[in-house]
Design a protein around this ligand. Structure first.
Ligand code: TRP
Length: 338
């Protein structure tokens, strides 16, 4: 099928720390499902990760690791473009240009910036501030129609739309104005196993709170067995009164592809112990094949690098087509082929 026949999807994750079950159910599973209908680009956004100080050796491993996780989850390089952001220089280039179309006030309003600058008080660098212009560049470079992201990225996406509209209005409409696809299930719904009123986050302090994609099956089972519930003793779905039970029910449904109705019927005469064990087992059943593929992929670094080189090559060409238009409308000299 021709590129032009399918709308473009772009998404990315930072290579900082391992992914959780929430990331898998909420993001990666959706990405995998989108590959048929859309022309997808999935990026390891390593330049974004530099806004917080990283250990160089660990960073490089984490970049390959995240790419391996993408593949293990079912991102197929024959269908989608999978690549590392820093290997396509146009991202940084367009980010600079877009920063001149972004107001300080707009960036100052970003809640993630406010939050991160609180948490990293000794390193409030300019990159942390201009981060959303790099994200806008990621998206706008490829004429992206849809961007699957978590609710926490909605504000950044709105900024991308505003910047695209402003640029288009100042010159001519070369940028597609992207629509967010905010996950309505999955990560939005997978909650912390210890504090089920909070979203499951990879930065949670307690290990028991989060299920990592690459956790051993027995660790996963243990975390589920220790999940916090309540003292009501009845399996019903009530997010307010029984957030822990609701979370386990949601996870069981997502992992077994069942409706909530089915879940309530399935567990109708059971105690919490059974719900905990069965949710853990269901999660292990969906993660087992992912973990097995991950182990194969990570063991063959050469092949992984080849896939990423190919992805970067495809992305560079596509990005370059956009940069030709960008420099043209801005009045910069024409691009020489790279
Ligand atoms: N900012 C996103 C996050 O932290 C990652 C990201 C960077 C991204 N560029 C993107 C997501 C472009 C979607 C599209 O989760």
């Amino acid at each position: 099928m021709n590129l032009a026949d399918k709308p473009t999807v772009f998404s990315g994750a930072q290579p900082t720390g391992q992914l959780t079950l929430g990331n898998y159910l909420g993001a990666l599973q959706n990405w995998v499902a989108m590959q048929e209908e859309y022309n997808c680009l999935f990026c390891v956004v390593d330049l974004h990760a530099l806004t917080v100080r990283q250990d160089p050796q660990a960073l490089r491993e984490q970049i390959y690791d995240l790419a391996a996780v993408y593949l293990a989850c079912g991102i197929d390089p024959a269908k989608s473009t999978i690549f590392v952001q820093s290997q396509v220089p146009a991202h940084a280039e367009l980010a600079w240009i877009l920063s001149t179309f972004t107001q300080m006030g707009e960036l100052e309003r970003m809640t993630q910036y406010k939050d991160k600058s609180q948490r990293h008080r000794t390193n409030i660098n300019a990159g942390l501030f201009t981060y959303p212009t790099l994200m806008a560049a990621d998206i706008l470079l490829y004429g992206t129609h849809k961007v699957p992201v978590g609710a926490d990225q909605k504000q950044h996406l709105e900024l991308s739309r505003d910047v695209a509209t402003r640029f288009n209005g100042a010159f001519k409409p070369i940028f597609q104005v992207p629509d967010p696809l905010i996950a309505s299930s999955g990560s939005a719904r997978v909650k912390d196993l210890q504090e089920p009123s909070k979203k499951m986050s990879k930065s949670a302090e307690s290990d028991l709170a989060k299920v990592m994609l690459l956790d051993e099956p027995k660790t996963i089972l243990k975390k589920f067995k220790k999940a916090v519930t309540d003292s009501q003793g009845v399996i019903a779905y009530d997010e307010e009164a029984q957030p822990g039970v609701a979370n386990l029910l949601n996870i069981w449904c997502a992992a077994t592809n069942n409706s909530l109705e089915n879940a309530l019927e399935h567990f109708s005469h059971n105690m919490y112990g059974k719900l905990k064990v069965e949710s853990g087992e269901a999660v292990n059943a969906i993660l087992a094949p992912v973990q097995e593929r991950y182990r194969d992929i990570i063991a063959d670094r050469g092949e992984l690098i080849k896939i990423l080189d190919n992805g970067a090559e495809v992305a560079r060409q596509r990005a370059e087509e956009m940069m030709v238009k960008v420099v043209d409308v801005l009045g910069l000299p024409p691009r020489r082929s790279l």
